[in-house]
Unconditional design. Structure first.
Length: 358
């Protein structure tokens, strides 16, 4: 019964001067699933949540249920709050202090906290913690310690290749599924306050995008760091001792590009050919011609690309032409390994955002 819930779970709520009102859900949009996650990087949030769940440590996961208007994030976005630790952002920094306070209430009561923040009206723009934009966020704060075993689902998503299905009902029923693992928890919860009756939110988190990097060089270390921070999973194929240390941030490493690598259950969305070796790049292009990887990037000038294509069969050239980006990377200016890494990461991110909308 609602009256038996801890005080922290009471439905009435006002977030730092932003009024909570009883309106319907009309006009709100949830996240849409794509072949892979088109934007955002929730990996750090889920890694921290999985670690704290295993430690049975105080923490709460903030999950955006709905958005309207101009907001910093979309429905399905997450941030983790654990005492003095925060991982992830749901605003430009103005909402997080209050979210952190309410998160600890959710953890202490092992109940769901509901938050509705609205800055669409003129007066909201000048309140104490205004976001400076006209939007609305509806957020659930989930106590991690009430979700026993949730770390297995988070780790399955982090490992790649699977969607994390997330379902939440206003009566406190939380359900998640990933890679054949499913869990359900009934968590105490007061009424969200913004609608009558039971509401359900389905918020699938698509798998992270994956890139296969064939060969390493001076730009590899910086590129791996950028792609990791942007939420890509990376697999590096490199056997030359000189470059092995450059791949320390790759999620997976292989000595050679074999059929086992291409059939290892991974779904590679992009491949980068960057051996700085003519013969090795030719071998890589021959192998990639037989795949369906959508984005194939080739490092080096156009003349080098043309010379490589002369050594391929007509069928291989035809198979690669529509997918090939050469020279790979956006022309952002600058010189050196770091500038090259930035240009490649920028092109991959631009392609990712557009491909994820289809």
């Amino acid at each position: 019964m609602e009256q038996d819930l801890p005080a922290a779970c009471e439905p009435a709520a006002t977030l730092a001067g932003h009024a909570v009102t009883d309106i319907g859900a009309r006009g709100f949009q949830g996240g849409s699933a794509a072949a892979f996650l088109a934007a955002g990087n929730p990996r750090a949030v889920l890694q921290a949540a999985a670690m704290l769940a295993r430690q049975d440590a105080p923490a709460a996961l903030a999950l955006v249920l709905e958005t309207e208007g101009s907001t910093y994030v979309r429905a399905g976005a997450m941030a983790l709050f654990a005492q003095t630790v925060q991982v992830g952002w749901l605003s430009g920094g103005c909402l997080e202090p209050e979210l952190a306070r309410r998160a600890m209430q959710a953890d202490a009561g092992e109940c769901i906290e509901w938050i509705d923040v609205d800055t669409r009206e003129d007066e909201a723009l000048f309140s104490g913690s205004a976001m400076g934009c006209r939007g609305r966020l509806r957020i659930a704060l989930l106590p991690v310690r009430a979700l026993r075993g949730v770390e297995a689902l988070f780790e399955a998503w982090i490992d790649g290749g699977t969607t994390l299905q997330r379902s939440l009902a206003s009566n406190g029923l939380v359900q998640m599924e990933a890679n054949g693992i499913s869990r359900a928890w009934q968590v105490p919860a007061g009424s969200p306050g913004w609608a009558r009756g039971t509401q359900h939110w389905q918020l699938p988190l698509p798998r992270p995008p994956e890139v296969l990097m064939l060969g390493a060089g001076p730009e590899t270390h910086a590129l791996l760091g950028l792609l990791h921070d942007l939420g890509w999973r990376t697999s590096l194929v490199e056997h030359r001792p000189r470059w092995l240390a450059c791949g320390d941030r790759a999620d997976a490493r292989f000595d050679t590009l074999s059929d086992d690598v291409l059939r290892a259950g991974r779904t590679f969305d992009a491949a980068l050919v960057m051996h700085h070796s003519f013969e090795l790049d030719r071998d890589a292009l021959e192998a990639l011609a037989a795949t369906s990887i959508s984005f194939v990037g080739l490092l080096g000038p156009p003349r080098r690309r043309d010379d490589l294509f002369k050594l391929l069969t007509p069928a291989q050239r035809d198979a690669l032409s529509a997918r090939l980006r050469s020279p790979v990377g956006l022309d952002l200016g600058g010189e050196g390994a770091e500038a090259i890494a930035l240009s490649i990461a920028a092109q991959l991110q631009d392609w990712r955002a557009n491909a994820g909308r289809t």
